[in-house]
Ligand binder design. Structure first.
Ligand code: CA
Length: 219
């Protein structure tokens, strides 16, 4: 899962990158609204974490512009502005959630999981597909109730395919989600992790769409 972090304070950005990275997200960090719009024009993100007090264009203006362009990525505002009117304005401008600084990292991660699963049309916190379940919070996978060990990156690949079940995910999309975890994460890196998942869960769980990518079929 890929997160766009719009935050001008380096210390906060660094802390978020480390914590969100450990939780299995890849964070792209930008420090102002214009760079955020450039990043959104270039890539697909699963979530945007947006500061309001930004240099140049204010975070609220950025939010308004992003939504005005028809972008529907979930947005969590993370700001020092704690007045009720700011919260209301942020939500009315199209944010999905609003947290004030100082914030608790675990709570932010929990709220990120909520937004990502809702964006994928899911109300249950655990991903379930056929005989496999994946718990994004606990970082566990089971098959027929038995625990399955996966390397962290294989876990990421599996969670993306299960989150988007029934849809083809391109190798490039998977590689860009892994990018930053490992130098030179490319399509062959993705293949390595898909092979590992197949060794653990059986060949049929992930189907190759030749020349395009992979799919975890619904049935
Ligand atoms: Ca700020």
């Amino acid at each position: 899962m890929r997160i766009l972090l719009v935050e001008d304070e380096r210390l906060i950005a660094d802390a978020l990158k480390v914590s969100m990275g450990r939780a299995g997200y890849h964070v792209d960090w930008v420090a102002d609204g214009v760079s955020a719009e450039d990043a959104l024009a270039a890539s697909v993100f699963d979530l945007i974490v947006l500061d309001l007090g930004l240099p140049g264009q204010d975070g609220l203006s950025s939010l308004k512009r992003i939504r005005g362009q028809g972008r529907s990525e979930p947005v969590i505002i993370l700001t020092a502005r704690d007045a009720v009117e700011n919260r209301i304005q942020g939500l009315d401008y199209g944010a999905d959630d609003y947290m004030t600084k100082p914030f608790d990292m675990d709570e932010l991660l929990a709220r990120a999981r909520v937004q990502i699963r809702r964006a994928n049309g899911r109300s249950r916190p655990v991903l379930a597909l056929r005989n496999v379940t994946l718990d994004p919070a606990a970082h566990t996978v089971t098959q027929d109730g038995r625990p399955v060990e996966l390397a962290p990156l294989a876990f990421q690949v599996l969670s993306i395919l299960m989150e988007r079940k029934g849809r083809v995910v391109t190798k490039d999309d998977l590689a860009s989600c892994l990018y930053g975890w490992e130098d030179g994460a490319e399509s062959n890196t993705v293949e390595v992790y898909v092979s590992q998942i197949r060794r653990r869960l059986g060949n049929g769980f992930i189907r190759t769409i030749r020349g395009i990518g992979y799919i975890a079929d619904k049935e």
